[in-house]
Ligand binder design. Sequence first.
Ligand code: NAD
Length: 454
Amino acid sequence: MKDLVANQRFFFNSHATKDIRYRIQQLACLENVLNTNIKLLDKAIYDDFKKSSFENYLTEIGLVLHDIKQAKKKLARWSSKQKVKTNFGNFPATSYTIPEPLGVTLIISSWNYPYQLSLAPIVAAIAAGNTIIVKPSEISPQTSNVMATILNEAFDPNFLKVIQGGVQQTTELLKQKFDKIFFTGSTTVGKIVYKAAAAHLTPVTLELGGKSPVFITKDANIKMAAKRIVWGKFLNAGQTCIAPDYIYIDAQVSDAFLKAAKIEIEKAGYSFKNNNYVQIINDRNFDRLTAMLDSTKIYHGGDSNREQRYIAPTILQDVCLDDPIMQQEVFGPILPVLTFTDLDTAVRNVQLLPKPLSCYVFTSSNQVKKKIIKEISFGGGAINDTIMHISNPNLPFGGVGSSGFGRYHGKAGFDAFSNFKSILDKPTWYESSLKYAPYTQKKLAIIKKLLKNQ
Ligand code: NAD
């Protein structure tokens, strides 16, 4: 790993990646690798957790291909210098910022969207002109393996290299000095990564998790809320960082919502046979999730099969804030429903929890929309929808507090892997004598006046 990092650094210092044409070429190469290996990619993700090719395109490869297309089109503009105003004291200079790549970067990713969570940061890192070492998750071995095979074959390892492994390999990688670490995973491991990065003063982006709430008020369109929440919750069997974690609903419309959500689940007919439902990734997560199935609170679902790592889409009712399911991120197909009689109290309760990655509100009241956005701190979210904010590349994606920091997707991804140099460019034909000794009261008066008027 030491040699790999040293070789990448040597290559980076050759300035090859600073050429925009080189970056576009590498992005085109990635696009080609994905398009030509789509069958292999589909098979591996099916083997890891029975995800269908439809969903693989919708939630993984399609998004990455779109990212590549956008980066190829826009990266010349993103890389150009941006003029800013020059203050009077620097007359007659010009001022601008110009991005430069950070250098040798490390991307560590999670298993739940194994392609997207490795490849989207890769697209951003390539666009910004860095070299890249990627460490996908060992928890989804087939997808990690196929990425290692096809990417390591297509790319020069001095530019892009996939390393496979678990804690031991990642720990070894983290001892090396990188110029940027981009981590997606749990808050617990995020802290380990942050600490390791601090030893080298390496900047990090941490894309972490948390419990993303959904507020529903009594004036909401309940049918539409149920449809969009059920889709967002049971997509990928709830193994989505921005999945609705729990519902916080006005008690007056709780029954109507429960009934509507049950209808939506039945309509979708989630099953492995239909290719529209996925497995729980491993036995450990299966056991963790089934332990949350409080039989006294099951409104719908509750079936499970350990051999198949299947847990039916499940709704729990009458859930309280102290219940075990409210003490950890669910990250699976179990939807706890809590009720409130007073929105202010509900908002205050959520304010006391760690800051979530996402927050959703279903309401027709502009006042409620404003209240939620103003009073709850979260990474990003949607009004009258779930999950879909991630599909807009113009919305920077990331967390806040314990759900992480830093942003990516689209231009924000380019920015995350760039250093913006600030430059003042001054001609030599004029120089004011104001700042130079001998200092006089007259000079000071002029300086004060100039600063006051700026
Ligand atoms: P994880 O933190 O266990 O693993 C993430 C990565 O860290 C893996 O590549 C793993 O090999 C590595 N790792 C694990 N333990 C390590 C250690 N001790 N030292 C160094 N590296 C280590 O997380 P996970 O189970 O893969 O993912 C689940 C979590 O990730 C959830 O909380 C979820 O919300 C979050 N997540 C967040 C996003 C986001 O975009 N914010 C996306 C997906 C998942």
